[in-house]
Ligand binder design. Structure first.
Ligand SMILES: Nc1ncnc2c1ncn2[C@@H]1O[C@H](COP(=O)(O)OP(=O)(O)OP(=O)(O)O)[C@@H](O)[C@H]1O
Ligand SMILES: [Mg+2]
Length: 312
């Protein structure tokens, strides 16, 4: 079977603790409530793509603990084929967040067994795909990503969302990854860290990546694939921006894989992100195949605009 899209990146359980205040050294502070949700940037994007009807799979690693089974169930429940290795020792990845009533946050990341993923745990059939989407690992997981890129077919489109973690490593440490990346999905700050300037066209030349998409939160997106487009974000009632970037990636990649151009892909990315932030959590409010009507509408509008039609 040929998959449409396969994800490869860290899987984490996000545990958000609402606290009275962020504790300093030797202090004791009460926890008011705990919110738990499945995280992992690539997993969020792949679940978004599955919901739009693509054949998807995920490669990663968890431990045989409670968090590990919830993370795998979340993928399976989303219709994603499970190529997640299960370690018989160690802990699954976790991100522990502590938030005070003013919204200040402290984050502690426990990568757990994510970075122990090895090439012999990556099944060959999971690499038969049209698109491979990569996001960050905290440590040595990047080695497996390099190895995977060395064995996949030339026809596979590779997308990378480096997030803050990989951006901070710098372009030289992403050697072996950027050379094989076709589409870089990045936010403004990350692009500045990577290249010194928030300019997708310059980044494309400097990093040798054909398509660079720079996400700019409520300001929308600027992207370059030989020519540049700027697409404004949708006006929406924003509840929770968790996973906005991952939802954007799902919309963009869906449209791109369907053969649409840069502008329509950005429009659909923005649409998926707007649906994500209207609700809570990274994937709960993502739409299903009914969203494809919106994509068709964007296609008609941009086509008519280019022909100078009035739409009659
Ligand atoms: N306040 C907002 N109003 C409308 N759209 C928004 C808003 N915030 C984010 N978006 C949408 O989400 C997309 C991605 O958001 P952002 O630029 O914050 O990416 P990101 O930093 O990668 O996100 P994440 O923190 O999830 O990784 C934007 O391009 C835009 O379409
Ligand atoms: Mg992001």
């Amino acid at each position: 079977m040929l998959f449409d899209a396969v994800g490869l990146g860290a899987l984490n359980m996000d545990q958000l603790h609402m606290v009275e205040r962020i504790a300093g050294p030797d202090e004791e502070v009460f926890v008011r409530s705990i919110l738990e949700s499945c995280g992992g940037s690539a997993a969020n994007t792949i679940i978004g793509l599955a919901r739009l009807g693509l054949r998807t799979a995920f490669i990663g690693k968890v431990a045989g603990d409670r968090e590990g089974s919830i993370l795998r169930e979340n993928l399976k429940g989303g219709g994603v084929a499970d190529y997640v290795a299960v370690s018989d020792e160690g802990r699954s990845g976790r991100v522990m967040g502590f938030v005070d009533p003013q919204g200040n946050r402290a984050l502690y990341v426990d990568p757990g067994v994510n970075d122990t993923l090895s090439m012999d745990e990556v099944r060959e059939e999971a690499l038969k795909t049209r698109l491979l989407h990569l996001t960050s690992f905290a440590g040595s997981g990047i080695r497996v990503q390099r190895e995977v890129l060395g064995v996949i077919d030339d026809s596979v489109t590779v997308s990378l969302d480096p997030g803050h973690l990989y951006a901070e490593r710098g372009a030289s440490e992403l050697e072996g990854i950027l050379e094989r990346t076709d589409i870089l999905l990045v936010n403004r700050r990350e692009l500045e860290i990577l290249t010194g300037s928030p300019d997708p066209a310059m980044a494309s030349a400097e990093l040798g990546v054909d398509v660079v998409v720079m996400k700019m939160g409520s300001e929308g997106v600027r992207a370059f694939d030989g020519s540049e487009v700027m697409v404004e974000a949708l006006e929406t009632s924003c509840r929770d921006t968790t996973g906005a970037g991952d939802a954007f990636n799902a919309g963009f990649l869906y449209a791109w894989l369907s053969g649409h151009g840069l502008e329509v892909s950005c429009l659909f990315g923005n649409y998926m992100a707007s649906r994500c932030i209207e609700g809570y959590g990274a994937t709960s409010s993502l739409p299903g195949r009914e969203a494809l009507e919106v994509l068709e509408g964007y296609l008609r509008d941009t086509y008519q605009e280019k022909r100078g039609d009035s739409g009659k």
